[in-house]
Design a protein around this ligand. Structure first.
Ligand SMILES: [Fe+2]
Length: 236
């Protein structure tokens, strides 16, 4: 039987055109969408990453020759479907800036240091209960040129494939109480306040590691009324 989803009320996800978020003006589609009905091929698929994801891929702080600089953190959570069911053995990928707010990417020429021991990329598979866990450093805020004096709140990009390619979710996780929330057109392109709150990890004392790392929890729901807001993949 094909899965059924509890639909969100239309306010969870940001509109494709959010004029305050300048690059959406260029990339938002101008034509009506064409609906293609899903068949079994689209809603089922191979589990990706099995046999290719190594345990060390979930630790972004370790690189040949040294450790990443910055505030070490544990980021963990559970991936669930629209019905609240955990999604086991699914690929979770993350990318982020380093602690100084710079990406290791040729387009990022922001005047901040690169960290030779931090690529900013990680991946893991969820366990039997749909849980994932990364060790990383807290990313820095960075300027992004959307408007004068524009700074992105600290964030980690997530990509999940769910049970099939058509369920792919790309989103961003934020940190509690960031003073930049009010000024960020990407965060605020999610219009519903409750939905925006679902993008903010919570500090999790139980996930901290004494004398070593702080802990944050970020649960991800792939669809439905409790869904994590999703976005079109991009670089910001
Ligand atoms: Fe980013």
């Amino acid at each position: 039987m094909l899965p059924t989803y509890r639909r969100d009320d239309g306010t969870t996800h940001p509109p494709l055109l959010s004029p305050g978020y300048r690059s959406t003006v260029l990339r938002a589609p101008r034509e009506q969408f064409v609906l293609l009905p899903h068949s079994l091929t689209e809603v089922t698929g191979p589990l990706l990453g099995e046999g290719r994801v190594r345990p060390e891929d979930a630790d972004l702080t370790l690189a040949p020759g040294g450790e990443a600089q910055g505030q070490r953190i544990v980021v963990h959570g559970q991936v669930r479907d629209a019905g609240g069911r955990p999604i086991p053995h699914t690929l979770v990928e993350v990318w982020q800036s380093n602690a100084a707010g710079r990406y290791q990417h040729r387009w990022d020429q922001h005047h901040a240091p690169l960290d030779p021991h931090f690529t900013g990329v990680g991946r893991c598979l969820t366990d039997d209960a749909g849980r994932y866990r990364f060790v990383t450093v807290k990313p820095g805020a960075y300027p992004w040129g959307n408007h004068p004096n524009a700074w992105r709140p600290a964030h980690i990009h997530f990509s999940l494939l769910g049970r099939a390619f058509t369920q792919r979710l790309v989103t961003q996780m934020y940190f509690p109480d960031d003073p930049l929330f009010a000024y960020d057109p990407i965060f605020n392109s999610v219009r519903d306040e409750r939905a925006r709150r679902r993008l903010i990890a919570r500090f999790d004392l139980d996930a901290t590691v004494e004398s070593w790392a702080l802990g944050f929890r970020f649960d991800i729901v792939l669809a439905g009324e409790d869904g994590t807001p999703t976005e079109e993949p991009h670089d910001d």
